[in-house]
Design a protein around this ligand. Sequence first.
Ligand code: MG
Length: 459
Amino acid sequence: MNSKVFVNRTLNLKRIKYIGLDMDHTLIRYHAEEFEKLSHTVMKEKLIQNRNYPEQIRKFNFDYELAIRGLVIDRKKGNILKLNRHSAIRLSFQGLNALDFKTQQKIYHSTYIDLGTPDYMAIDTSFSISLANLFMQLVDLKIKNPTLQLPDFSVIADDVLEALDEGHRDGTLKDTVKKDLKTYIIKEPELVAQLEKYKLHGKKIFIATNSDFYYTKLLLDYAINPFLKNHKDWSELFEFVITSAQKPRFFTDELRFLKVNPQNGTMTNYFEKLKPGVYQGGSATTFTKDLGLQADEILYIGDHIYGDILRLKKDCGWRTAMVIEELEKEIAQNKKAQPINNEIDDLMRKKEPFEDQLTTLMTNRIENEHSVAENVIEELQKQINEVDSQISMLIKKQVGLFNQHWGQLMRAGNEESYFAYQVDRYACVYMAKLADLFALSPRTYFRAPRKPLSHELVD
Ligand SMILES: [Mg+2]
């Protein structure tokens, strides 16, 4: 069967006893573009109202194509970067303009950047596209209008991030969603049926979300309850619902669980061993211990590389699965790109003998003092250049199939993107949506493909 679940590390679902789900963008899918647009609007308003940004930024349009996930902000220089797996810069923008390779080289003497320094900010929030979008627009405005005296780039970066946090904290974002669930939330009846099927196989399913109880209840009432067949309410389907979980701290610290009364949302202290129910806070350590589980008997599925996956894998030992909603489109476009990639490979092979000849000639000239006619060298060089220009045209065509500014999500040129590297390193399996996993049997054995190292590719 053609599985839509992709495997980085072998995972035997038979061994998994508990499956944990993040809620927002994992169990409950949003109409991403609408939601990013909303967050763009909320951030603009917060900047105008709380941080004295000029009224004219209200006119900034949201452009869903302007950024992709996994980009990095250079706080000092105001640039946005796309990195490959070695943290080398592969593409860069200043404001709304792409930096050409020469300019980029001038600015960054080394292409490798140190993500550990505070100068760089990886945009791995759930709203990375709107955040990058607004940052690029503000940088552009600052550069073009020095008289506006906008703050330094690093302050703009902090302000935008803070505005987003405020929008989350004070409920502005969620209040808008609450009022118009239809615009923002996707209903998936098939997924609910699949979850019930998993329960039939004895799998325990739980939710661990950073959203508070009331918002969680609202979404579950809306997107889960209407489609339940074997259960009356989501609180029966899910063994545990852990709200306001404070991930990633949930995976690293030992915060206390509070018991939530699902009837009215009131909370009480809880000191006993965990029993099925609705909670707030808590920790993965207590969860694993109280239920008498081994860490690798729990699979946690989320969409946020830092909050859901990376810290968990580093500190907690649960197995991980990541939802990457862009994947569906990326795979479709990869298929379209295949014939172009083949043409590029053919041209590369065509170029090789010319390059070999040139190398031999030049080596002979130096080592054996052979005289080589200049026109022979020129002719070879000309042929190489011709092939190169054909290749670069094809590369443009290939990139054009993906995001027009940033290309593929999972690749940076020939290499993996930094985002893909993190997925590869921390997610045991990954897929475009939760239903791709739950469509498979709860007894599936996911086998990791053998990935050849360079030296193993020798004929
Ligand atoms: Mg999420």
